[in-house]
Design a protein around this ligand. Structure first.
Ligand code: FAD
Length: 215
């Protein structure tokens, strides 16, 4: 397959690059913070033909349907990454919770001396460890080029669930401080939630797991 660009394609590439540098790059951080994308820029992109570009059949890469399979494969690989991200969020929340439990005193002793807190920490540690092993298993299968569709779905489903549960418990252990920004546990709770949504929601992971189980 020839990937060399002809003159016309090079001109389009250059125009796109110029547009990105002069129109999109300035104030990009501002827009990112505000989660805004100005309508005028969309209109300009449309004007220059950068929206809804039709690619002729002869320029298609691979067979018909290859794009979908490729996108799914990319998503599948990415799921291990999200599982690992969830694991990191959970492990971090546990670490902060252990530290805070030793520091915070109520009724004359650190809250780490109350069994209610110890049991929370024990559950968090056990689940984080289980999530870690599931992530390793999925990653190992990928490295060995073995089929890992189910393993990665399990790793993502479980790690994201653990991230959610662990961060909620971390907020609880921090009490009122857990709810405010300076202790960073409430942020972890929000970060954990997205891992149950992107790269395939938890419901979609369950569909994949059960389909494999029943096939
Ligand atoms: C911060 C953020 C970053 C993102 N980054 C990217 C990115 O980089 N690339 C990208 O492509 N996408 C990205 N996404 C999109 C993300 O992947 C989707 O939001 C996600 O896949 C869910 O799709 P949806 O929002 O359309 O929800 P929907 O598909 O509308 O789902 C809504 C609810 O219905 C459930 N549901 C849907 N279908 C079924 C079914 N068949 N059976 C049972 N339950 C079902 C879902 O599990 C969910 O609970 C991002 C989203 C966010 C919020």
């Amino acid at each position: 397959m020839d990937f060399e660009l002809n003159e016309e394609q090079l001109a389009i590439k250059e125009a796109a690059s110029d547009f990105a540098k002069t129109e999109l790059l300035p104030k990009v951080i501002d827009r990112d913070i505000k989660s805004e994308f100005p309508k005028e820029l969309i209109a300009k992109m449309a004007e220059m033909g950068f929206m809804g570009i039709m690619v002729p059949k002869e320029n298609r890469i691979g067979e018909e349907g290859f794009g979908f399979k490729f996108a799914m494969e990319t998503l599948n690989g990415g799921r291990i990454g999200i599982a690992a991200q969830a694991l990191g969020i959970a492990a971090g929340a546990l670490e902060l919770s252990v530290k805070y439990a030793k520091e915070r005193k109520t009724f004359g002793k650190p809250i780490s001396e109350y069994q209610a807190i110890q049991f929370k920490l024990a559950d968090m540690d056990t689940e984080v460890e289980a999530a870690r092993l599931l992530c390793y298993k999925a990653a190992l299968k990928k490295d060995k080029s073995e089929s890992y569709v189910k393993s990665r779905a399990i790793a993502k489903l479980y790690s994201s669930k653990v991230a959610m549960k662990t961060t909620i418990e971390a907020v609880q252990i921090h009490g009122g401080y857990g709810y405010v920004r300076e202790y960073h546990v409430e942020r972890r709770m929000r970060d954990a939630k997205i891992t149950q949504i992107y790269e395939g929601t938890s419901e979609i992971q369950k569909i994949i797991i059960s389909r494999k189980l029943l096939s």
